[in-house]
Design a binder for this molecule. Structure first.
Ligand SMILES: Cc1cc2nc3c(=O)[nH]c(=O)nc-3n(C[C@H](O)[C@H](O)[C@H](O)COP(=O)(O)O)c2cc1C
Length: 362
């Protein structure tokens, strides 16, 4: 059997960038997705993302330089993720561009100006959106690719919609635009994907690439504390909840003493503030709560998590995760590709095999 027939279709995120594996690691602040994780992903041919939110200029410079040192080959890319809601948004974006970052991803709010900055420095800008309307606006503003983040994702949420529905809707809106200008702007699905079967389903619906956060937290290379990872492995479905973040958005997190207090409205108000957000309800200090969790205080910290965390059963190396994603994707399409040498979206749509449960191992 020729394994090449079943490969994940490669992706070009922007005209000046090389073809890569269509797997983007979600940016995860604060200090969850760092240089080590980002470089491991890039070394596997995907896009490794350093979360810039909450870092100082010097910390971000150091993270980008460290990731470049750990990058062993040119098969993948290194980018940064910044929350638009952060006060330091412009400074962090400019710093990353000065350091020669491959691309900038931004979410939790929407900036029009960043696209001109990207154009000036020749840096692809990839927005995270949660609606066909913002996807269409992003396309008009010059986004080279667009990430669609659903209500199944971890962290801040811009919608309660499922990933599959969001992909369907945005794909339909993008097809209308594509018919007008004959330009394909890739769409990347984010939220709830943990296996190659999930990727196959999303590909069938029109996604060109996939952003995964939670799956990569449970990797050997992720530098978050071991207690944080163990909490992910032991959490029950009923303990995955949504809270209202001081940013003004819903956010998915694990139920613990801290989120219990947030839900009951008894959480402690911040004592002092470094104005890390452009706008903050000041119900609690999100920066301190995320930092506490990252360093291992999982009782009193804020532990962001994706909806399908319970489907992940083990901590693996990034290389093993990539191998599994690719094998499972191939398996989901094996019947299609046996009859048809090249995997196209059309062949996938015509003859798609229902995915096996995400927990199966190969
Ligand atoms: C612990 C954690 C922290 C996150 N922090 C950020 C962040 O700083 N910025 C951002 O745009 N998205 C953030 N996200 C969302 C991820 O980048 C990604 O889009 C999302 O988790 C995808 O869903 P999944 O976790 O189900 O794969 C975070 C997610 C998690 C689980």
């Amino acid at each position: 059997m020729n394994e090449n027939l079943f490969k994940l279709p490669e992706l070009k995120l922007a005209p000046g960038l090389p073809f890569i594996k269509p797997i983007i690691q979600g940016g995860m602040a604060i200090k969850i997705s760092t240089a080590k994780l980002a470089a491991a992903i890039a070394n596997c041919g995907g896009v490794g993302i350093i979360a810039a939110t909450g870092l100082t200029k010097e910390e971000l410079q150091q993270q980008i330089r460290e990731a470049r040192e750990l990058q062993l080959n040119k098969s993948g890319l290194i980018g940064i993720n910044i929350m638009f809601a952060a006060s330091d948004f412009n400074m962090l974006a400019k710093t990353a561009m000065e350091e020669g970052i491959d691309l900038v991803i931004f979410g939790a709010g929407f900036s029009r100006d960043i696209f001109s900055l990207g154009e000036e420095t020749n840096t692809p800008i990839i927005p995270i959106v949660s609606s066909p309307k913002l996807a269409t606006i992003s396309r008009k503003l010059g986004a080279s690719s667009i990430i669609l983040e659903s209500g199944e994702a971890g962290g801040h949420l811009g919608t309660s919609q499922e990933t599959k529905n969001l992909v369907r809707e945005v794909k339909a809106a993008m097809d209308i635009e594509e018919a007008k200008d004959n330009k394909h702007v890739p769409i990347i699905a984010a939220g709830g994907a943990v296996s190659g079967f999930d990727l196959a389903e999303l590909f069938k619906l029109g996604a060109d690439g996939f952003q995964l956060g939670t799956r990569f937290v449970l990797s050997k290379e992720c530098e978050v504390s071991e207690t944080f990872k163990q909490m992910y492995l032991n959490v029950k479905e009923s303990e995955v909840v949504k809270i209202l973040s001081p940013v003004g958005l819903q956010a998915r997190a694990i139920l613990n003493d801290f989120t219990q207090k947030v839900l009951q409205g008894t959480v402690e108000k911040p004592n002092g503030c470094d104005n890390c957000l452009k706008r903050c309800s000041r119900t609690f200090c999100i920066k301190r709560a995320l930092k506490a969790a990252e360093s291992g205080n999982i009782k009193d910290g804020l532990v962001f998590v994706g909806k399908n965390v319970c489907k992940i059963k083990e901590i693996l190396s990034v290389n093993e995760i990539f191998n599994n994603l690719e094998k499972e994707f191939q398996l989901a399409f094996s019947k299609v590709t046996l009859n048809q040498p090249t995997l196209t979206r059309q062949s996938a749509e015509q003859d798609f095999i229902e995915p096996l449960p995400a927990r199966s191992k190969f």
